[in-house]
Write a protein that binds this ligand. Structure first.
Ligand code: PHE
Length: 466
């Protein structure tokens, strides 16, 4: 049995849609991945190119995806097929939805491992809060090397890593199994506002401590010679990863939007909020990195290594640290729920499976794949699955999953979506759905039909070759 359009659940309001979509976009991609990528790719050139990608490629693509979803009213693949059918285009474009589903599946497998790291830090700070003097910094009885050893100790412990990953996946499965309004909306409407409040408070605090001027210089000085092909591909990949594009999610969430929602303005709000959070995360994390003399190019460990050190030096550090990681957890959960929702709806729509058992089944498969990612920090540290290719040189399974999704699958999915929207979907259908005034609609169509395909193909090739 295939779910009919009228039996589908939908968002209860436009603001629920916006919160859920912003919730899916804002997550570890902003707080953890953006600073890590900015650091390893040399700062300003990367950051400015990333912003350019968001405006010229990401935002137009976001509008395409939610538009396909709202017209198609199904899982990502179903929606693409319906839009293709209504436009007289080939149903083979279903690959856009299928690749997206695969991307969501692969991303969640390593995302959940990181979610486990976040849970670990919540535990560490909560433990410290009950044992240490309230007004001082966190970890007062610890030496510097003990604090710096927090993350390495976690990474060396395969059992703990896998157990935390299991807990994070279980929480994600729980909310997806509950469905759109009771699960996803509930998570988004309570957790996103709490996230923004906490985040603002901590950033304002951070602005008064540490090396703010140096951070501005690092993040926003454009040095053209640093803009290599691989930096460009990294910027593009980050834009798509962060906006949750190319991964079936925005198509899936668009399908829950009703006819009165203006898709263009909603897309702009989503992209604006997501990009602001990434930039603010940079302004929050790099002052600490510079002040403490950490390596900016530390990569994936940057956020997790710098912040405990910072919280150990500030008043009421255990409490601020605890609140911070709880906030990161909320942000991560609203994204992981989205990542699981996309493949689950696909199973429900295509095969008529039950939502709950599908969430558990697909969630389990993701857990197993993620276990390999968790083990790549310890037992499988010497395993370099695609080590023969320079894009993946020296990468363990965790990094391979990240690079393969963000730098290969996302650009490919984005390219297909741009060609589909710009050239294959019936022009009247696009016009009726976009919600843009005439002039802007023309600009958008130009971006999606010409600028996006050329830029995406170009950056992808230059990035892979370099
Ligand atoms: N955008 C999310 C984040 O920044 C991650 C994500 C990617 C979610 C792709 C869904 C799809 O954390």
């Amino acid at each position: 049995m295939v779910a009919t359009q009228s039996s589908r659940e939908g968002w209860s309001s436009r603001s629920a849609f916006i919160l859920a979509a912003v919730g899916s976009a804002v997550g570890l991609g902003n707080l953890w991945r953006f600073p890590a990528e900015a650091g390893t790719n040399g700062g300003g050139a990367f950051v400015i190119f990333y912003i350019l990608c968001v405006v010229l490629i990401g935002l137009p693509s976001l509008l395409s995806e939610v538009l396909i979803g709202r017209h198609g009213q199904g899982s990502a693949s179903e929606s693409v097929v319906r839009v293709a059918r209504d436009s007289g285009a080939s149903e083979k474009w279903v690959v856009i939805g299928d690749i997206g589903m695969l991307v969501a599946f692969l991303i969640l497998s390593f995302y959940s491992v990181l979610g486990g790291w976040v849970l670990n830090y919540i535990g560490v700070f909560a433990g410290d809060l009950v044992t240490s003097p309230f007004l001082g910094g966190a970890f007062q009885s610890w030496s510097d090397s003990e604090i710096e050893g927090l993350l390495p100790a976690l990474l060396e412990d395969p059992v703990k890593l896998v157990a935390l990953h299991a807990v994070f996946m279980a929480i994600t499965i729980f909310f997806v199994a509950r469905g759109v309004t009771k699960g996803i909306e509930f998570v988004a409407t309570f957790m996103m506002p709490a996230f923004f409040l906490l985040f603002l408070a901590i950033t304002i605090y951070g602005a008064f401590t540490g090396a703010f001027a140096e951070t501005l210089d690092f993040l926003f000085t454009f040095e053209p010679e640093k803009l290599t092909g691989s930096v460009m591909l990294a910027g593009l990949g980050q834009a798509f990863f962060s906006l949750s594009l190319g991964s079936a999610i925005m198509i899936t969430y668009g399908a829950y939007a009703d006819r009165t929602t203006n898709l263009a303005s909603t897309s702009a709000i989503i992209a604006g909020a997501d990009t602001s959070v990434a930039l603010i995360a940079g302004l929050c994390i790099f002052p600490i990195v510079f002040a403490a003399g950490f390596d900016v190019a530390a990569g994936p460990t940057l956020m997790f290594q710098t912040l405990p050190a910072a919280f150990s030096a500030i008043p009421v550090g255990s409490l601020v640290g605890l609140l911070f990681f709880v906030m990161v957890f909320f942000a991560a959960l609203t994204s992981s729920v989205a990542l699981l929702e996309a493949p689950v709806v696909w199973g429900v729509d295509r095969f008529g499976w039950q939502r709950q058992s599908t969430a558990i089944g697909i969630g389990l498969a993701i857990f197993i794949l993620g276990t390999l990612a968790a083990l790549s920090f310890n037992v499988l540290a010497d395993w370099h699955p695609l080590g023969g290719m320079s894009l993946f040189a020296n990468q363990g399974f965790f990094d391979v999953l990240d690079t393969f999704t963000a730098k290969v699958l996302l650009p490919v999915a984005a390219l297909l979506t741009a060609i589909f929207t710009g050239w294959k979907i019936d022009k009247r259908l696009v016009r009726a759905e976009s919600g843009l005034p005439d002039g802007l609609h023309k600009v958008w169509m130009f971006l999606i039909a010409y600028v996006c395909p050329v830029a995406l193909a170009g950056i992808f090739i230059v990035g892979i070759v370099s």
